[in-house]
Design a protein around this ligand. Sequence first.
Ligand SMILES: Cc1cc2nc3c(=O)[nH]c(=O)nc-3n(C[C@H](O)[C@H](O)[C@H](O)COP(=O)(O)O)c2cc1C
Length: 421
Amino acid sequence: MSHPLFPSKDQILRYRREFLKFLAASPCLAAVPPLEVLESMFWQNAPSGATVGNDLSSPKDALDVMDFEAAAKKKIPIAHWAYMAGGVDDDYTRDANHEAYRHIYLRPRRLVDATGISMKTELFGTVYDSPIFICPVGEQKAFHPEGELAVARAARAKGTLQILSTLTTTRVEDVARALGTPLWFQLYTLTDWTGTEKMIRRAEAAGCPVLVLTVDNTTGRNPETYQRLRRTDTRNCSMCHEGEPGSTVNGRPMYDGIDMTGLNGRTNPAMDWQYVDKLKKATRMKLLIKGLDTREDAQLCVQHGVDGIIVSNHGGRATETDRATIDALPEVVEAVGNRIPVLVDGGIRRGTDAFKALALGATAVGIGRPYIWGLGAFGQTGVERVLELLQKELHQTMANCGTHTIADIKRDRVGFAKPYF
Ligand SMILES: Cc1cc2nc3c(=O)[nH]c(=O)nc-3n(C[C@H](O)[C@H](O)[C@H](O)COP(=O)(O)O)c2cc1C
């Protein structure tokens, strides 16, 4: 249980933020710099709890995926960092995603032969080394010059599924080749159907067997943490940041050959279930929906012939005060009743987190920011080490809990208490 004398890392970050807000607002302290400057000063100097005394010079030195967070922070430009690290409004949902795992404890079974553990996971005909997968994250060259290619090579080395964002900074054809196993393509639809169809055909031609439609971010968002820290980075980066003079994401590789005049490459507010039907008919790829978290929407997915669900709130980057995804997962799993696979992402930072999600019915578990920390810190080898650490931790947890295969990880291996750790 968290103790007032020993607050968790997340609690320390929240206290710090509140304190900096107080300082910035204090009339007695006229000379105190504005909040965003205070925050950036703190960030520049702040060691992550896990990396105190451990200046990461090689990916091999990392003991957990959080070690990469501080290492990446030193290398990634502050505005790019803030774009990646932030959520929306007060970042409550982003933090809740991870914190919620602390309310779940394990129920290990003892004296079970713990040799021959297998994490192999099958998804739509392909077998992966583990159920941990790479979530779609846009703009990866903002974090490392090799961007999505470095991630694909790492995913290949670690037998991992990769989902490529519509906002990729590398061509889908090149990423598919580097990955070597079937690449899944995540779709942000355009308000224009012709352009959307062109992207679908291109993903099909590149050999993608699965189309992942993201539905949690169709109307825009309020990324306040990003906006605050963006102001402290005075470099002109109009290719990256929407809102800068002359900036646009419309030049991204997926929009090659599409007339983007008047189109926004991310939001399509009119999208509804009829659109899902149209999309389903328009492609031979399997169709997954990413970004829902209620039983009602899960039931609609089944009714509309959707092939799978990713329970997600975009890493807390879309709707503020949404539930933690791990708290939403059980009702979605129950509504679907084994008819289609249910995957989950958000706040997964440990093998134990992955195990808990699997116990609550997830078929596979996705990571976003952790592999971007690895990418930003070291490129391909950083991403490889992030995957290796999480795979190792999950393997260890399975052995400790008496589960040989992913199918053995059942609901009775976890329990709830609020708050627990
Ligand atoms: C910098 C960044 C960019 C993202 N870009 C996309 C995207 O282009 N498409 C998408 O469906 N989700 C996107 N996401 C959400 C991730 O796919 C995933 O849902 C989320 O990161 C999981 O939470 P985690 O970061 O706590 O692991 C992005 C997330 C981050 C952090």
